[in-house]
Design a protein around this ligand. Sequence first.
Ligand code: CA
Length: 232
Amino acid sequence: MPSNSVLLVEDETDIREMLTFSLQRAGFRVRSAETAEQAVQILDGPLPNLVIIDWMLPGMSGVELARRLRGDALTAELPLLMLTARGEESDKLRSFDAGIDDYVTKPFSPRELIARIKALLRRSGEPDDGVIAHGRLALDTRGGHVKVGEERIHIGPTDFRLLELLMRHPDRAFDRAQLLDRVWGRNVYVEERTVDVHVLRLRKALSPYGMGEAVETVRGVGYRLSRQLAAG
Ligand code: CA
């Protein structure tokens, strides 16, 4: 799933389509699910930046879905926004209990929802302009490109997602299994050494700019983006 992406879980077709349209027009990339079960499947793939969950869903409810996502290390930190119907005030407290970050009460305007999404992304550390930068290395999550200084670097979509994850969490080491889950998703079978291949490719793309070492090997663990080496 590309950057700046939202997963919308809503069973009502009209609302789902209207929100998809509004979110896309606001620059978001949208995937949608009609049920919580379908959302769980989608979330086994590369993760979105935020999930919007309708409270009332057939089968597994929105609150159950939220609880499940919070209980899973892979999705525990994913920003969650709940859509609720009027008159569910006491239920709202329960939804915060389930780890919801914010909620919007129906009926709402798309503009209001988008403002809340942006605020929530900002609170969870998403840069306002969508650009994550460390030193001269800058990754534009909306434009989908990477620059060192003024020069644009060409990397493939998987390498981009890998670099994005590392740049979002500088100096944090990820092991190969974590990188596979987050960048490739759980629903594909990829060998761990695939991660090494992509790291080598990233280093090769960055090395003409003296940044080949910024994606560092952490012995016995895996890889990390070194803030210090990216700044150098
Ligand atoms: Ca519903």
